[in-house]
Design a protein around this ligand. Structure first.
Ligand code: FNR
Length: 377
């Protein structure tokens, strides 16, 4: 189907399923166990409804923002997804180039198909990028990667904390991952001796340190001045710990439903975190000291606006972007980002918000989001 027929981000998934190899589709689309968490991620947004305001002059609307000090044309970044070449020969570079055109930030994955430097080299002058880090058991390797990233101008270090072991993604496990495959990953020599019989995810992830713990944060802070954000936080207790230990933010995420099955969606955790920070510390969001990011199941600007209203600085989008380049290469990602911009413009008007500052908590009815109840001793 022609790209002109694409009307929304869901459409890219339909096309990608048609054009991708079975192996690539399995790796990109799969999620943990029965994939309930993955389905729920998008469904969770259905429980939030708007309370728009009327009769404001919305002739012009501005949905630009800054993310960790970097300008962004919208409160959206392209989150890290591994193995870009499975979907398209230009892999992650499609994301780099389209991000440059649209003024959004790309988070480079540790397990990109292209090398880290190739992706940084593909960036336009002044283009901002983040790095997603899987922490290697070998601290010397991790230190080298982090310090090199800082030297290359990376603006934020997102340490993935929800994957001490890769989740069980059965669609992917049914495929045999072939290391000699041209679609294969450049893992900066990190993959080691691995079992290739259980899918792509498990084949490439054996270097990840399951011993990673809170004490390691001080070490990260001692080796880099980049802002440190923990990616994959699931409850307010850990968000508070990250805040207390001097992190610059957290990504409320269940890894696109690919890790612990029955992890709540990021948007649901956002409600909990915002409520508890206010109650326990008197802190409101957004604020410049500590940022809340959300990812998982975001497919429309309305999803993003809900998260922003509730306090998120920005929202990460994963699968739609890799489906977009799988289907149409660079043009697909270009179109996906343009669709989001068009959706922002219209929905800001309909919401009665001229800037993101005017997208306030009162604009969202979150009463259908369950608050977890702690038994009072
Ligand atoms: C991911 N994600 C991910 N996260 C991470 O920290 N490191 C990684 O290497 C990857 N790789 C990866 C591959 C693929 C194919 C997917 C779909 C996801 C998780 C990703 O950053 C993000 O949390 C989710 O993708 C967000 O959900 P949606 O937007 O895909 O629904």
């Amino acid at each position: 189907p022609s790209i002109d027929e694409i009307l929304n981000l869901h459409d890219f998934e339909t096309i990608a399923k048609l054009v991708l190899t079975e192996k690539a589709w399995a790796y990109y689309s799969s999620a943990a166990d029965d994939e309930i968490t993955n389905r729920e991620n998008h469904a969770a947004y259905h429980r939030l409804w708007f309370r728009p305001r009327i009769l404001r002059d919305v002739s012009t609307v501005d949905f630009s923002t800054t993310i960790l000090g970097c300008p962004s044309s919208m409160p959206v970044y392209i989150t890290a997804t591994a193995l870009g070449k499975l979907g398209h020969p230009d892999g992650e570079l499609n994301l780099t180039r389209a991000s440059a055109k649209h003024g959004v930030i790309q988070m480079i994955p540790t397990l990109a198909s292209y090398g880290f430097d190739e992706i940084v080299d593909a960036a336009a002058p002044g283009q901002n990028q983040f790095l997603q880090l899987y922490v290697n058991k070998d601290k010397a390797i991790t230190k080298r990667i982090v310090q090199h990233a800082e030297e290359r101008g990376i603006k934020g270090l997102f340490i993935t904390v929800d994957a001490p072991q890769l989740g069980r993604r059965e669609k992917d496990m049914r495929q045999k991952f072939d290391a000699e495959d041209p679609d294969n990953v450049t893992t900066s020599g990190q993959s080691g001796n691995v079992d290739r019989s259980q899918g792509a995810a498990r084949a490439i992830s054996s270097f990840i340190d399951p011993g990673l713990n809170w004490n390691d944060l001080k070490w990260f802070q001692s080796i880099t001045k980049m802002p440190i954000i923990l990616k994959g936080v699931q409850c307010y207790e850990d968000a508070l710990e990250a805040y207390d230990q001097g992190c610059q933010g957290v990504v409320l995420s269940n890894h696109g439903g690919r890790q612990l099955e029955f992890s709540r969606s990021g948007i649901e955790v956002l409600v909990e975190v915002v409520t508890k920070f206010k109650e326990l510390r008197g802190i409101t969001f957004p604020n410049e000291k500590f940022h809340l990011f959300v990812d998982g199941g975001v497919r429309r600007a309305t999803d993003v606006l809900k998260a922003v209203a509730l306090g998120a600085t920005a929202v990460g989008i994963g699968r739609p972007m890799i489906y977009a380049f799988s289907a149409y290469g660079y043009d697909g990602v270009d179109k996906a980002l343009q669709i989001l911009k068009d959706e922002f413009e219209m929905n800001m008007r309909l919401l009665g918000a001229r800037t993101l500052k005017e997208v306030v908590p009162e604009m969202v009815d979150a009463s259908n989001i369950h608050q977890h109840v702690v038994a009072v001793p």
